[in-house]
Design a protein around this ligand. Structure first.
Ligand SMILES: Nc1nc2c(ncn2[C@@H]2O[C@H](COP(=O)(O)OP(=O)(O)OP(=O)(O)O)[C@@H](O)[C@H]2O)c(=O)[nH]1
Ligand SMILES: [Mg+2]
Length: 239
């Protein structure tokens, strides 16, 4: 849905957009993709002919399509649009932690300016421990794709304004997060949390989160501003 909403926002602001779907298993994407990995590989057929479950079929489909990413990139170039939004499979452990996902991303990008949007779900990031573990996963994703990354708090419309502000304040001031973690956790979780927070601080991870609702479109302008900062500033956020 974020893909659909970001596309809509960019088009309304007079920019041309190509949408690419990289999820072979997606059934009803909430957008109309211009370019689709499903034209290169048939997930259902892979599942049946190799007798695989959903995860195995996703991995096999990605592995099979990776050799054709050059063609897919050609399709993107032919369209010649201002922006390209690439929707990646939501099963991050299958897409990011195996070889084909990062290989696809680097082939699609080649030498063009690119950034990744990492979505922290408000349902999870609303608690201090949920927020911290989401940031840790984001860091791990960052390491895999080696792209400048923006952290988005998705679905903020399910929270009240004070909750959103609190989460943003955790992202901007780790002492605030440390305080609530100490207050709301104990034992092993508390011990881990303190160590993780310390590590995130030490590496100076760019942690600012931008609340963006794909439903109400709130926050889209801020997101676009941050995207411009990276694209125009040549800002290198790679850790
Ligand atoms: N309230 C609210 N719900 C949202 C928002 N964006 C997406 N959703 C809902 O979240 C669900 C999942 O949306 P998707 O766009 O499929 O999310 P996704 O991140 O692509 O999911 P996977 O790729 O399957 O991991 C749907 O029911 C959406 O309606 C939002 O900004 N606000
Ligand atoms: Mg998805």
């Amino acid at each position: 849905m974020m893909t659909a909403s970001l596309e809509k926002w960019l088009v309304t602001a007079d920019m041309s957009v190509t949408v690419v779907n990289l999820d072979p298993g997606i059934e009803n994407p909430p957008y109309t993709s211009d370019i689709d990995i499903r034209e290169y590989v048939d997930y259902g057929e892979v599942m049946n002919s190799f007798n695989l479950g959903p995860n195995g079929a996703l991995v096999a489909s990605l592995d099979m399509a990776v050799g054709q990413i050059g063609e897919l990139r050609e399709e993107i170039i032919e369209m010649g649009r201002d922006y390209v939004i690439v929707d990646c499979p939501g099963q991050m452990e299958l897409f990011a932690y195996r070889n084909s996902g990062p290989l696809m991303v680097s082939s699609i990008r080649d030498a063009d300016p690119a950034l990744s949007l990492y979505l922290l779900d408000s349902n999870i990031a609303r608690t201090p421990a949920g927020y911290l573990s989401s940031m840790l996963l984001g860091l791990s994703i960052h390491i895999r794709f080696v792209l400048p990354q923006l952290n988005i708090l998705s679905k903020p419309d399910i929270l009240i304004e004070e909750q959103i502000e609190e989460i943003v304040s955790w992202s901007d001031d780790s002492y605030l997060l440390e305080g609530v973690l100490e207050e709301f956790s104990d034992g092993l979780v508390r011990e881990y949390s303190t160590a993780i927070l310390q590590m995130l601080n030490d590496i100076g991870n760019e942690s600012h989160v931008i609340p963006v609702s794909a439903r109400s479109m709130s926050g889209m302008e801020s997101l676009y501003g941050e995207m411009q900062r990276i694209f125009l500033g040549g800002d290198n956020l790679i850790v």
